[in-house]
Design a protein around this ligand. Structure first.
Ligand code: MLT
Ligand code: ZN
Length: 488
């Protein structure tokens, strides 16, 4: 088995020996060693994994980062690349034994170039997604990638996890926006693939190998992203729908009216909306309470396209046919943001509500209602009183089929059942030809699922690629591939 070609990283003692060398490369500002400074980097956003690290290295340039990786490779010290630390699957958390160093990209946060004619944005990995969106907007363009954590998530992590988000329905996932990459390989070599070509058939497509590899094959240090023309008309509506089938029917109607206009089509349940209204300040429901909701965003870069009329027409017909029971269209930017807040705060609201088990699944769009119906029944059978909180990107079939602890069950007892809950969902998702990881990645949480879902030739090829590029398993050990040393 190719796994045998991958050796273990060094024991913690090797780290102490190399810290002085690392300080020489990145300077005092670039190295954190006090526990009070490193603690936040050692825990994931969901607080599922409590790791430990002897140092956080914060290079200021690609050259510094490459020198750090080369030094660590020589000493066989493992590295955990980390951006905004917003992973939902522990993808950027070091192991609990203190044998891994965190490699933070935060100081590499320059926009290198923006070209509104080529529609490209060249930027470093530590730029937050929000800052990248703003830079594109200032140049009159749109970076068509939007996720709930965009204020904190950084481009390197967004690409390493192939993030999806709200605009996949129109523009695809992060991988569809990447024209070029700069990557530091596990041996410290710099691969400068920062090309901004729309056509380039020159051998294997290396950039797509690193996108979605979750830092296990190298460190993404910069990228060239595709931009889109900036929309000049945007219409957002929040709709109350009686059933998940009705939400799907509304999506189909929007699609039939003008598929090119749909920029987002999001689903929310009554339970999730209740969580948001209860836990997030400044939120209120601007329409009748409902068991299901859809958030529709239409947008176009063409002035005078009449999107408002289009939205009104679709909604009026849907209301007449009982597909929509109530709806509100944003009248201003403030209202637009307020409607989006009801959707975007779902993850935070759920976190404040208590312990949760997340299932970031994808099924064919047409199967979303069946997925929700079957999961609701199976979940109650497995754990009476469990609260299902499904929400997400209905337009591309990616639903966050999350569960919250029953009211009377302690959080720890609930979390001890996480695999049973994930397996219950997995069985239904598999039956519907779906995926167990749509946009959050595999991280530390899901490698155990890989043999069952991606076994045989697929997993074998992944292991061979890992062994070829990172024979000593120094890049984000324990993530993505199973059996590569438990990290927590
Ligand atoms: C979202 O779309 O808000 C997320 O990806 C978050 C989640 O699954 O909780
Ligand atoms: Zn999502």
């Amino acid at each position: 088995m190719p796994d045998t070609q991958i050796q273990d990283a060094a024991a913690p003692v090797a780290i102490t020996a190399i810290l002085a060398e690392l300080r020489g490369i990145v300077g005092d500002r670039g190295l954190l060693t006090e526990a009070s400074d490193t603690a936040a980097y050692a825990e994931d956003w969901r607080k599922l994994y409590q790791g430990r690290t002897q140092a956080v290295i914060r290079p200021a340039s690609t050259a510094e980062l490459a020198a750090v990786v080369a030094a660590c490779a020589k000493a066989r010290v493992a590295l955990v690349p980390q951006g905004g630390n917003t992973s939902m699957v522990g993808g950027a958390t070091p192991s609990a034994d203190g044998s891994e160093l965190v490699l933070s990209l935060s100081r590499m946060n320059r926009i290198r170039a923006i070209d509104p004619v080529d529609l490209t944005l060249t930027l470093e990995a530590g730029v937050t997604l929000k800052a990248a969106q703003n830079a594109a907007a200032e140049a009159g363009c749109l970076l068509p990638l939007s996720i709930s954590s965009e204020g904190t998530a950084q481009i390197g992590g967004v690409l390493a996890t192939n993030a999806g988000g709200n605009n996949t329905v129109r523009y695809g996932n992060a991988r569809d926006l990447v024209l070029g990459l700069e990557v530091v390989l596990p041996d410290g070599q710099i691969w400068n693939g920062l090309r901004r070509l729309r056509k380039d058939n020159t051998g294997y497509c290396l950039r797509q190998l690193f996108v979605g590899s979750e830092g296990t094959l190298g460190v993404i240090t910069a990228a060239v992203l595709k931009l889109a023309p900036r929309p000049v008309e945007i219409e957002v509506a929040l709709c109350a729908v009686p059933t998940a089938e009705a939400a799907l029917a509304l999506y189909t109607r929007c699609n039939q009216h003008d598929p090119a206009a749909i920029q987002a089509f999001e689903y929310m349940s009554g339970q999730g909306m209740e969580f948001v209204l209860r836990n997030i300040d400044g939120t209120s429901l601007p329409l009748t309470k409902s068991p299901h909701y859809a958030l529709v965003e239409l947008a176009t870069p063409c002035a005078g396209a009449g999107l408002r009329e289009a939205m009104e027409q679709v909604l009026a017909a849907a209301m007449e046919d009982g597909v929509v029971t109530d709806a509100v269209i944003a009248e201003s930017e403030t209202q637009r943001l307020a409607l989006w807040k009801l959707r975007e705060e779902h993850a935070e609201a759920q976190k404040r509500e208590g312990a949760s088990v997340k299932n970031d699944v994808a099924v064919p769009v047409s199967k979303v209602p069946e997925l929700l119906a079957r999961a609701a029944i199976a979940a109650q059978k497995l754990m009476p009183g469990i609260r299902m909180v499904p929400f997400g990107h209905m337009g591309d079939g990616n639903i966050h089929l999350n569960f919250e602890q029953p009211m009377d069950m302690p959080g720890a007892e609930f979390l001890a059942q996480d695999h049973a809950i994930m397996d219950m969902v997995g069985e239904i998702v598999r039956d519907l030809d779906g995926s167990f990881s749509a946009e959050h990645g595999v991280g530390l949480l899901k490698p155990y699922m890989m043999p069952e879902w991606r076994g045989g030739a697929e997993l074998d090829t992944m292991r061979k690629i890992k062994a070829a590029l990172d024979p000593h398993n120094l890049m984000n050990p324990g993530k993505v591939l199973p059996g590569m040393r438990a990290s927590s």
